[in-house]
Every structure is written in C-alpha cells, then in structure tokens.
Write a protein that binds this ligand. Structure first.
Ligand SMILES: [Ca+2]
Ligand SMILES: [Ca+2]
Ligand SMILES: [Ca+2]
Length: 185
C-alpha cells in the first residue's frame, strides 16, 4: 500500500510525466521527451545515438503501458499510474529494473562531458527535457549535492531516488527529487 506521502509524491511525478498536460501519460508524452533530448544533444551530429535514445524512451512507454494501462485504452490515468507504482515498489526485482537501472542510464545520458559526475548544467538539462524550469532545477541540484562540492555523484543521486520512491520520511531531501511536491498543482 502506498502511504499518503508516497501518493502525493507519485501524483506530482505523474504530472511531470504528462508533458503535454492532457491528464494522461501516453505515448505522445514520451515522444515529446525524446524530441527534447534530441534538441539537447544535437542529434544531427549523432543520429545513431539519438535513434537509440528515442527507441529507449518509446520502449519504456510500452513497458509502462503493458503494466499500467489496466483498461487498455492506450493511456495511463492517475489511478492506473498509482496502482502500477504500488506494485513496482512492492517487488524488488521490478524496482531494480524500472527505477534503479533507469536512474543509472539517465545518469550516463546526462553526464555529457563523461567525467562521472553531474554538474549543475548537466543536471538542469535533465529537468529541461520534462519542461521544468532551470531555476527549479538549480534548487533541486543544491539539495542533491549533499556534500556541497558542486557536483552530484551517482551515489548522491541513487540515495535521492530511493528516498523519493520508497521513503516515507516527510523531511527527506529526496522527496524533492522532481521539484517541490505540489508545485505543479
Ligand atoms: Ca499526456
Ligand atoms: Ca488506461
Ligand atoms: Ca559531468
């Protein structure tokens, strides 16, 4: 069972994923995110890499649809989304596959200078693909950068990811992984 805090966080997360803001998470939202990544990574210079990235996002939509779209109407509404996450969070194998490994891949994708850590600009780029404002991204970055050295390590990110998804501590910094909960309305 999701706790009220987890429900609140995952509802906020749903609004983030609903990039075109039509009240459902669907293929179009993933297409939009893939397109934003393309714009960011100058796909003209690296078309093969971008094709793989786009494929990855669309595959992720298919995985989500197969698991979450209970009424099979091609879109995932908030109730379907919460039920889906309730199942994933209760299952260690699925959690590893759908959360931990994904966070790891996103870390690699956005570490564009390949130095093994995320700088503030790299981190803000990640937020940009979901249409979030750079100012908010910088606030989250400050939260994530636990030791204040101006970079986010893989360990710092994973700690926040676990707090966001599985944690139930209202004071945990990881609750704000995708911006302050409630700010998207
Ligand atoms: Ca949508
Ligand atoms: Ca549905
Ligand atoms: Ca970097």
């Amino acid at each position: 069972m999701l706790t009220p805090l987890q429900q609140e966080k995952l509802t906020h997360y749903f609004r983030l994923y609903d990039v075109d803001d039509d009240g459902c998470v669907a293929r179009a939202d993933f297409e939009r995110v893939a397109e934003n990544v393309r714009a960011l990574h100058l796909a003209a210079e690296r078309p093969l890499e971008h094709r793989a990235i786009r494929h990855g996002f669309l595959l992720r939509w298919e995985t989500l649809r197969a698991s979450a779209d209970a009424d099979d109407n091609g879109a995932v509404d908030l109730m379907e989304w919460l039920r889906h996450w309730d199942e994933v969070l209760a299952d260690d194998g699925r959690y590893q596959g759908e959360v931990a490994q994904l966070a790891d891949r996103l870390f690699e994708l956005f570490d564009t200078d390949g130095d093994g850590v995320l700088g503030a600009d790299e981190f803000c780029n990640f937020y940009g693909i979901y249409g979030l404002k750079a100012a908010m991204a910088r606030l989250v970055f400050l939260d994530l950068d636990a030791d204040g050295d101006g970079t986010v390590t893989r360990e710092e990110l994973m700690q926040m990811v676990h707090e966001f998804y599985r944690g139930d501590d209202p004071g945990a910094p990881g609750n704000r992984l995708f911006g302050p909960v409630g700010i998207l309305g």
